[in-house]
Design a protein around this ligand. Structure first.
Ligand code: SF4
Ligand code: SF4
Length: 297
């Protein structure tokens, strides 16, 4: 049986780097992956009142409809920004983190998030309108988030294979510490490195990775004050992850501390912590077992 995930050969090369022949930092382009998988986290995608997958889809669909009717003139494009703000309001979970009103759904099918001002976006006829954005065209064009260099190529590709939607992919791909710690724990259990081929054509492995990634939206121990799935990975301390006080819980630091911390956890007691650790243990064991099964011809 062939599992219906995109094949490696379909992944795109970066369309928009200053030095395309050199490729992105870290060798794997993370931003626009295929027809349904993309990220706009650095554009502030998750800094909205309703960052649920359905909420994000509705938000970007409405914007894309509006932008399709917007003449590609400076005044009209700036008016679009004002209209988006009037409709959506100014309140943000992290007020000082810019949320770009030009994030929309791109390509004619509108199946993934992207930049409505990009020269390759529908209706722009190759013209780059990003100079009208908050950050300006150069910053939008050349920025690469830390995950590009902090995360191993195999881990990146596994996430691209398994995320399944742009909402989930963008929420997790910037989480270099979280992903590294999880996949590294699986590798320690296997006593070998993971390979992308471990996941391709293994539905159980694919589903287990997905279950782990989805914790970004469903983690039951998330600190209610932390605006997950937003991950603020810039250098300034605008929105740090909450720290876990093991002393108050009367326990030593968790074996899964990095994962728990990156999931913005807050525990009321040691029993909750223990339950969270077991949940992570289960996923690590399940993935190690899934990648160890033989692929049926
Ligand atoms: S956060 Fe990183 S992966 Fe996502 S769009 Fe920005 S640079 Fe690309
Ligand atoms: S204009 Fe810049 S910040 Fe806005 S969506 Fe496009 S790339 Fe992102």
């Amino acid at each position: 049986m062939t599992y219906p995930v995109p094949g490696l050969e379909k992944w795109r090369t970066p369309p928009d780097t200053l030095c395309p022949q050199q490729g992105p930092p870290g060798g794997v382009y993370l931003c626009q992956v295929n027809a349904e998988i993309s990220c706009a986290a650095c554009c502030g995608l998750y800094n909205v009142p309703d960052p649920s997958p359905a909420g994000l889809a509705a938000l970007l669909a409405r914007r894309s409809e509006m932008f399709a009717k917007t003449p590609r003139r400076r005044e009209a494009i700036l008016s679009f920004r004002g209209a988006v703000r009037r409709i959506e309001g100014h309140t943000r979970p992290v007020q000082k983190f810019h949320h770009c009103p030009y994030i929309g759904l791109v390509e004619p099918e509108r199946r993934r998030a992207g930049c409505l001002l990009h020269p390759m976006a529908a209706g722009n006829d190759g013209v780059d309108f990003r100079s009208l954005s908050h950050y300006g065209a150069l910053a939008c064009r050349i920025y690469f988030c830390p995950a590009h260099t902090a995360l191993g190529a195999t881990y990146k590709r596994i996430v691209q294979l398994c995320a399944g939607s742009w909402q989930l992919y963008g929420a997790v791909i910037t989480e270099a510490n979280l992903l590294h710690s999880f996949f590294n724990s699986v590798e320690r259990r296997l006593n070998r490195s993971l390979a992308t081929e471990d996941i391709v054509d293994r539905p159980a492995a694919h589903e287990t990775v997905r279950r782990f990634l989805e914790l970004k939206f469903s983690w039951p121990y998330r600190d209610a004050a932390y605006p997950s799935p937003l991950h603020y990975f810039f250098k300034d301390p605008l929105c740090p992850k909450p720290s876990i006080d093991y002393g108050v819980l009367g326990v030593k630091r968790s074996r899964h501390h990095v994962i728990l911390n990156e999931l913005a956890s807050a525990f009321r007691n040691a029993a909750q912590l223990s339950a969270a650790e077991k949940l992570i243990d289960r996923l690590i064991v399940d993935l190690a077992e899934a990648v160890s099964t033989r692929i049926r011809p």
